[in-house]
Design a protein around this ligand. Sequence first.
Ligand code: GRG
Length: 313
Amino acid sequence: PQALAFDLPAYLSLHLPSVTSALETSLADQTVPETSTITSAMLYSLLAGGKRIRPMLCLLTADAFLRPHAAVLPLAVAVEMVHTMSLIHDDLPAMDDDDYRRGKPTCHKVYGEDVAILAGDALLSTAFAVLAKRTPRGEIGGEEGGREGRLLDAVVRLGEAVSATGLAGGQVMDLQCEGRPSAEVSVDDLKWIHTHKTAKLLNICVAASAVLSGASPPQVRSLELFADKVGLAFQVADDILDVTASSDALGKTAGKDEATDKATYVRKLGLDGAREEAERLVREAKGHLDELGFGGRVDGLKAIADFIIDRKN
Ligand code: GRG
């Protein structure tokens, strides 16, 4: 990829602490002795590490519109809560049945399946409460009279991102395809799954952040197209990593998909074909950012797109 002036590691060290501390304190108002089990299960998974790509997309989008982070920090917390919920549920015995996540035992291994299910549910609903309650109205961009409407738009987008036309639908299609021989699963099926289970959440990060930053509908649309392509690139890169990484520190079993007959981009397109596909998607994603005409103000978002296909985990 073309070298960018944007220093992503420096940006992360500067801005991740505010996200981490907002996550750490996000459950303070729910923590009483009676709730200690569920809130510690929620915090266990929420603070288990992770790349925090979604919160960073929220902040970098606000930057592109020259808006303060304060308006989108509750959104950043909310999307990370939804993401964490999806990982807790994805790891359950009824789904992927994973014992490790981010190099640590999964939530259900530590707290039991019953508490893990409820911790996921509580994270999902708390996400909406955080977004609706904590977003500082005065920091929302656009015309003063339109601020509540912008916040409502962000809340609706978050709801739709997790719905049957979002994460939940993508996960069901994924489970259905897993039961079929890889030859019967097309590249379009894979793209449908990943557009829904992965890209929708990235989409809401940039789209809702843009809405809260005062963006116009065409600007929001360009960002959505950016996120949809980045989301697909993310999954193509995941399949590539699965065959190229000998092992990783995150406890994910490398080559897991290789051992089964699961349809992957690498299996469908070959390793070189998958690499080309990931690069094409990222190139097109950046093209959608250029539609905004913001010049260097979208370099942070471009750097995240590069990171997503260059990452080692
Ligand atoms: C319960 C309503 C409801 C929905 C959940 C389980 C589920 C439905 C959806 C699964 C979604 C899922 C696990 C998608 C994969 C997303 C993905 C790319 C995960 C890895 O993201 P990273 O690499 O993870 O950003 P870190 O650990 O860095 O945060």
